[in-house]
Design a protein around this ligand. Structure first.
Ligand code: SAM
Length: 181
């Protein structure tokens, strides 16, 4: 039977994550995805992480040191704002996993658009944006409404069902794969 680590590794590679790439994991939390991404990109790659929750970032650093990927990971300071201290066109791929609904909230599409605009600036030409959300009507409706609003900056290539890691478990999720315009 395929284990969780193998599943994540395969899923991340299917989204185009590979050795030497620069990735941004926005809303990384304690690093459920950051750690496997750092293991894939390796020492010549980079994983920039952003989270407004400093406790979670500290937990991420402890795990990263334990599995020896801490040098691959760089924290970008954030208090929840959407202008990051990173040069334009720095990253090949942005991950937005289980965080878009936190931004959209009840109906805060202007904030979501602001974030997407900043992610567009940071992404290289033809770079990717992967949005992962929990399967569920409310979440899905919110993100479905948000996708056309960002279509001036990112083109939707693919929407599919899959599994995402929630704590220790794989749960059902929906994934949107988009390319920078
Ligand atoms: C549900 S967790 C997802 C963590 C991780 N991406 C995962 O899939 O396991 C959402 C994270 O987004 C962070 N977050 C929410 N709004 C944010 C903002 N405006 N700026 C930075 N981080 C934010 C929260 O602090 C939280 O750690």
């Amino acid at each position: 039977m395929i284990g969780i680590a193998d599943y994540l590794d395969k899923q991340l590679r299917d989204y185009g994550i590979k050795e030497d790439l620069s990735i941004l994991d926005f809303g990384c939390g304690q690093g459920n995805y950051t750690i496997p991404i750092a293991q894939i990109v390796g020492g010549n790659g980079k994983v920039y992480v952003i989270d407004k929750d400093k406790t979670k970032l500290n937990q991420l650093l402890v795990i990263a040191k334990k599995v020896k990927v801490d040098k691959t990971i760089e924290i970008l300071e954030s208090e929840g704002q959407f202008d990051f201290d990173l040069s334009s066109e720095s990253v090949d791929l942005v991950m937005l996993f289980n965080v878009s609904c936190c931004i959209i909230g009840q109906d805060n599409y202007p904030e979501f658009q602001k974030l997407i605009h900043e992610l567009h600036r940071l992404t290289k030409k033809d770079g990717k944006l992967i949005i992962g959300i929990k399967e569920g009507k409310t979440m899905l409706n919110r993100v479905e409404t948000g996708i056309p609003l960002i279509s001036k900056e990112f083109k939707l290539d693919k929407k599919e069902k899959g599994k995402y890691l929630d704590g220790e478990k794989l749960r059902n999720g929906i994934f949107y794969s988009l390319t920078k315009k």
